[in-house]
Ligand binder design. Structure first.
Ligand code: ATP
Length: 589
């Protein structure tokens, strides 16, 4: 059966992510069988006691097919209560195990997804739309765990159904045959509906991801839409996203409920058919007949629960598969690592480096240069020339298509990433603050950094005095939105973050473009004091930013046009001269 095959495949993919799953499944199976037989015995006992009471007899004969047991009413009442209690306790175990498996699976899947995502190469993550990973981690993992509960419940109720079947065979062979045939027929009748349910669930999983991506955009653009106003077009676009989830959700939820409900209605008809067969074939004494009827009714309940589990799996397995696919995808695109240690950085170079984001569209071409530790290098060029792309290669977020980045003369791909990361720091154009204290933001998940190191970094970034003037000092809470800091302070906090571990190489992408003159001067002062201590790369549009640099790279149309001292560039380089001219004419704000 498709769903069983699919469930086994899904189980194979997720079971490694939660500990002890095998023994839990084995325990679940054993407890289900024992609980099923305890229930069947209890039903036979109830029927026998009812039969004895109706005849006014003190002694009860329990018909267990080939075995007949006789005992007094008192003994059998005691046995009945014991069986009921045992059944109740086992039921608790059967409720606990799937819940535990699901909770373990949720933690295991989330850990695994987080690990493969963080280890995946940057180009794989960079092409994903915002909201994609969040949706996987939240809605998809939650649904995947519900699928695991459905799977565990399905295994449990199937075994209980099987024990009912065995009990029915013991009590009355014709009844058991009718049970097998009717159940089989029911499953066959409901399969087409179940297939449609799977299709809708798959569509729902896809639409949910689209919806999450859209909603992420709503959050990201909240400030802009507040200013521009949520236009009708904007609203319509998101209403459409909401509606696109509505239809598959309606179909999926309807069919997930309708299939088991239909099963119940048809099952009642089948029950009447079974009774007709029993009436013709005969089920022995009245007590045996009672037991057979009770077991039939109970079997149909379990059959309905099996159908419910199958429907739930039909609904939820696409989510589980998507999580599995994502784990495979990120895992297959893990960042490659080198094995060479990196004691210290003496110099960096690029040799004949060409790079493009998509095949056939070259962004950087034959870039070759050499820079030494302690130099301050500016990177300028027109918009779209390839400056940020060059930075991505320097940061080893991406690898060149041709040529190589050389660290101390060694191909960067051969150098251990962990050591490279420890020696390189970066301040992006729009650095992000964590929701936490100023100290947390400078420390940035590096608990080994002492308070003194944090404060030293802040001093070097020329932000320490300002921090000390705030009432809560380093304990001031800052965040992404309700930020307690200005743009310039944010930039310098992130500079302190970059400096905290004493990097060899510091790369800044437009560190002062969004700042006023005073903040720019403060950042410039910080950078100037770093000169000679680190290898500094400074991407800039304004030439004032690169005024502290020893040499400046001019990148035009993806080519390194020049790498020289600013004074020399003013003589040799048209682009540099032109930008210098424009800058001189502009009044400073
Ligand atoms: N993720 C990407 N996928 C595809 N193309 C990209 C991507 N990022 C940048 N590009 C393209 O690469 C070229 C160089 O872009 P890059 O961002 O490196 O330029 P830049 O010099 O930093 O520009 P700016 O000064 O405007 O920031 C541009 O044509 C741009 O469209």
């Amino acid at each position: 059966m498709v769903v069983v095959r699919d469930a086994r495949r899904a189980w194979g993919r997720v079971s490694p992510f939660f500990a002890g799953s095998r023994w839990q499944i084995a325990l679940l199976a054993c407890v289900s069988v024992v609980a099923g037989f305890a229930e069947a015995a209890l039903l036979a006992l109830v029927a026998a006691i009812a039969g004895a009471l109706s005849q006014g007899s003190d002694s009860v004969a329990v018909d267990l097919g080939p075995v007949d047991v006789s005992a007094g009413l008192g003994v059998l009442f005691g046995l009945g209560f014991t069986l009921a209690i045992v059944r109740g306790v086992l039921q608790l175990v059967l409720a606990y195990l799937p819940a535990k498996m699901s909770a373990n699976a949720m933690a295991g899947l989330r850990r695994r997804l987080f690990d493969v995502y963080t280890a995946a190469s940057w180009p794989v993550k960079a092409v994903e739309r915002d909201g994609h990973f969040q949706s996987l981690m939240n809605a998809h993992v939650t649904s995947a765990c519900q699928a695991i509960v459905a799977l565990a419940t399905g295994i449990s109720v199937s075994l209980m159904f099987a024990t009912m079947l065995v009990s029915a065979f013991v009590l009355s062979v014709p009844t058991a045959v009718v049970l097998v045939v009717t159940s089989g027929l029911l499953f066959l009748m409901l399969r087409p509906l179940a297939k449609r349910l799977r299709r809708s669930a798959k569509a729902l999983s896809e639409e949910n991801i689209e919806y999450s991506k859209g909603m992420q955009e709503v959050v990201l653009l909240a400030e802009e839409t507040q200013v521009f106003g949520a236009t009708d077009w904007y609203r319509e676009r998101f209403y459409r996203l909401i509606d696109e989830v509505r239809l598959p959700l309606l179909r999926t939820r309807f069919m997930a409920k309708a299939v088991p409900a239909l099963y119940q209605s048809v099952a009642l008809v089948m029950l009447m058919v079974a009774l007709v067969v029993v009436s013709f074939a005969g089920a022995g004494r009245i007590a045996a007949l009672g037991a057979v009827v009770l077991i039939l009714v109970r079997s149909l309940t379990y059959g309905q629960q099996i159908q419910g589990s199958i429907s739930a799996m039909d609904e939820l397995l696409p989510f589980l598969h998507r999580v599995g696919d994502a784990i495979t995808h990120y895992g297959a695109n893990a960042q490659q690592d080198g094995s060479q240690p990196l004691p210290a950085i003496a110099g960096l170079a690029m040799k004949d480096v060409s790079f493009g984001y998509v095949p056939g569209a070259t962004v950087l071409e034959a870039v070759t240069f050499e820079v030494a530790m302690g130099e301050a290098i500016g990177i300028v060029g027109p918009s779209g020339a390839g400056k940020s792309s060059l930075v991505q290669l320097l940061l080893r977020l991406r690898d060149p298509e041709q040529g190589a980045l050389l660290i101390n003369g060694v191909d960067a791909r051969e150098v251990r990433r962990s050591e490279w990361r420890r020696r390189v720091a970066y301040v992006p154009q729009t650095p992000q603050l964590l929701w936490g204290t100023v100290a947390d933001n400078i420390r940035f998940y590096r608990p080994h950094l002492s308070d003194r190191q944090v404060q030293d970094a802040a001093r070097r970034a020329h932000i320490h005095d300002e921090i000390m003037s705030w009432p809560a000092g380093y304990d001031t809470v800052v965040g992404q939105r309700a930020s307690a800091v200005s743009g310039g302070q944010r930039q310098r906090l992130c500079l302190a973050r970059a400096l905290a571990e004493g990097p060899d190489v510091l790369i800044l992408d437009e560190p002062t473009s969004a700042l006023d003159v005073r903040s720019e001067a403060a950042v410039q002062k910080s950078l100037e004091s770093l000169k000679g201590e680190v290898l500094l790369f400074l991407v800039a549009h304004r030439l004032t930013t690169v005024s502290i640099c020893d040499r400046v790279m001019v990148i035009v149309d993806g080519r390194l046009q020049a790498l020289d001292r600013p004074a020399q560039l003013l003589i040799d380089n048209d682009f540099y001269r032109e930008v210098n001219e424009i800058t001189r004419r502009q009044p400073r704000s």
